[in-house]
Design a protein around this ligand. Structure first.
Ligand code: EPU
Length: 341
């Protein structure tokens, strides 16, 4: 394994932003991963693991540590004779190629997460979710390198503490590096087409019971029409999380904005659609400052033109946060990870 110096990070991220990393390496197996982390410890620098770079914003000054690009490949499907199949995928596998394979094999559980950029290893970290599905619901366990003990351990579903765009991996930052994810996918499940956009898609086409493949294709099409192509734009998808508020706060907001969409969480709180607020309340859909805009079809998504800097993106996001706070009193949080220098 080679550890390079002064490697520009921008091409490794979908925002296409970020200055040089002091050190950079690609790991393809456990031994290389241990070697990389040991190197960072010996040099007394921080390390960040990068998968597809699709949910991160690096500083223009780069990163004064080691970037470890995880390219551990491999996946296995095991039919254990029950209603479920156990599927293992290594962290460096492409997420959407993996989803496509599960659909081909008629396994239910992640079809609604089609077309999300990134790698398998990142999926449990931010508990990726879309169209009424969350990956945490079908994760059986996650194999990690515990960088405190330098041992490989298996974290159970419960250990992972999944919630909306959240998991243990975000709280114990940098401690665990995901090497493999074990999924439990159903062989005779049911498709979940309750989410508004999906329900409309099939109602328009008069399809009552779509197949797995039809659901995947529908999601690919819906996303293509609503979200920017990250191969063209600099983007990391939704830039902020949808805020979760108490029923009282939601009722107050609804008095002012009766059409504000809200979705109940299991604890009784309500997840509020920030895209709607940015669009309908803050008049920020398509707003542009310099090289950065909210996407013309989805205000929660930021897009950056070639040449945009991280500083521009951060200034722009600060402006959006200010507008939301002034209009609604809500303090919003980033969904994208901001890597510190
Ligand atoms: N809306 C507007 N205007 C906008 C954007 C949204 O009125 O500019 C309204 C929509 O009409 C809808 C509601 O707000 O009534 C919610 O919008 P949408 O269904 O597009 O979903 P979202 O909450 O904005 C979340 C995820 C997306 C995921 C979609 C679909 C987060 C932070 N984002 O967006 O994930 O694709 O749901 O399930 O939870 C990502 O994480 O990068 C991402 C794209």
């Amino acid at each position: 394994m080679t550890i390079s110096e002064n490697v520009v990070i921008a091409p490794y991220t979908t925002f296409k932003i970020g200055g040089p990393a002091r050190f950079f390496c690609i790991v393809t197996n456990d031994d290389e991963l241990v070697e990389a982390v040991t190197f960072a410890k010996e040099k007394a620098v921080r390390f960040i693991v990068l998968g597809g770079g699709s949910n991160v914003l690096f500083s223009d000054d780069g990163f004064n540590g080691l970037i470890i690009k995880n390219e551990m490949m491999g996946k296995t499907f095991t039919d254990d004779g029950t209603l479920y199949s156990v599927v293992d995928a290594n962290a460096g596998e492409d997420w959407d190629e993996f989803v496509a394979l599960t659909v081909e094999k008629d396994l239910f559980g992640i079809e609604n997460l089609s077309s999300i950029p990134g790698k398998v290893g990142a999926a449990p970290v931010q508990n990726i979710g879309a169209y009424g599905a969350e990956v945490g619901k079908v994760v059986a366990s996650v194999r990690v390198l515990d960088t405190e003990t330098m041992k490989f351990v298996e974290l159970s579903f419960v250990d992972c503490k999944f919630s909306y765009r959240d998991s243990i991996f975000k709280h114990e930052k940098g401690r665990y590096i995901v090497t493999k994810v074990r999924f439990r996918l159903c062989k005779q499940g049911e498709v979940n087409i309750g989410y508004k956009d999906l329900a409309h898609f099939f109602a328009d086409r008069k399809i009552a019971k779509p197949s797995l493949k039809e659901v995947r294709n529908a999601i690919i099409e819906i996303r293509k029409n609503k979200l920017p192509d990250w191969k063209v734009w600099g983007t990391a998808g939704s830039f902020f999380k949808n805020p979760i508020v108490t029923a009282e706060v939601f009722a107050e907001l609804q008095k002012k904005y009766p059409e504000l969409p809200g979705y109940p969480e299991s604890d009784g709180r309500i997840k509020v659609s920030l895209g709607w607020i940015l669009d309908k309340v803050c008049d920020a859909k398509g707003l542009t400052l310099g090289n950065v805009s909210t996407y013309e079809k989805q205000a929660l998504v930021l897009v950056a033109k070639p040449g945009a800097t991280a500083t521009e993106v951060i200034n722009f996001s600060n402006e959006l946060m200010k507008r939301v706070r002034e209009k609604t009193g809500l303090i919003i949080e980033g969904e994208v990870e901001w890597a510190v220098v």
